[in-house]
Write a protein of this length. Structure first.
Length: 259
């Protein structure tokens, strides 16, 4: 285990992007996970009194990278991004692929390639700290929209998260919690733990909070896209109880697209 537990700040960017700062108190190193826009990231740094050393990019979509150039100009932070994104991410210093290790001070993360939402998407798994930065692959009570692959590609990416410990904290790239909760309740109305999370999500919204991070334990119990092997979810999409989970997932994702 690391000598110090990392400090994390979350805040809204744009309309529903979630900005994240990860700070290592042992060394003073600090990383932003994506930079949806510059001003909120810089404001969060000023409020915390932290110096940005790194930017870890999950994928090339504009709403995750638009503020990188300005933040790098202001801070000199090193930009790490998926190799598969090519030149689509600005100001890249380090290009990473599956199995690479990224360090933020004394903290280290393994890079997972998690395509499905887009072909270049990566996830950063800080095992010792029990943290995973999932971008737009896994959301609280949901998952990303499939945009550059067949649904089974995103399903395979999601299976990697399912192997993590229950207490792993999951940081996602957007606050879609309420809309995801409404869909999850429609798909699995008999899930009492999900009903409690829906209530929690509504309270958080009323108080100006959001349910990020979540934990893998909560997601395994309530996220329909991780629970596609459950008979109740097969029934919800008019498939038989013995249907392979990947086919249930595909039907659930298609339903969510229109929900």
């Amino acid at each position: 285990m690391p000598a110090s537990r990392p400090d994390i700040r979350t805040f809204l960017c744009r309309s529903d992007n979630i900005g994240v700062l990860l700070h290592d108190p042992e060394t003073g190193a600090c990383a932003a996970i994506d930079v949806p826009e510059a001003a909120p990231v810089l404001a969060a740094l000023d409020a915390a009194g932290w110096t940005l050393t790194d930017i870890l990019v999950t994928h090339r979509h504009t709403d995750h990278i638009e503020g990188i150039a300005e933040v790098k100009r202001r801070t000199g932070a090193r930009v790490t991004a998926p190799a598969r994104a090519g030149l689509a991410v600005p100001e890249v210093d380090v290009a990473v692929s599956e199995g690479d290790v990224v360090r933020v001070g004394s903290l280290s993360a393994e890079v997972w390639e998690t395509p499905g939402h887009c072909a270049d998407h990566v996830t950063y798994w800080f095992e010792a700290a029990g943290l995973v930065f999932a971008g737009d692959t896994l959301f609280t009570l949901g998952c990303g929209r499939v945009m550059e692959a067949e649904p089974e590609v995103l399903w395979r990416s999601l299976q990697r998260f399912d192997g993590l410990p229950d207490d792993t904290r999951v940081y996602s790239g957007h606050d879609y919690v309420l809309s995801n909760a409404r869909f999850a309740r429609a798909a699995e109305p008999g899930n009492t733990r999900l009903a409690a999370r829906m209530d929690e999500a509504e309270r958080a919204k009323a108080e100006g909070r959001f349910l990020v991070p979540t934990t893998l334990g909560d997601e395994r119990a309530t996220n329909p896209f991780l629970r596609a092997g459950e008979p109740a979810l097969a029934h919800a999409v008019n498939l038989s109880a013995g249907t392979e989970a990947v086919h249930v997932f595909t039907a659930l994702r298609a339903w969510k697209n229109k929900f």
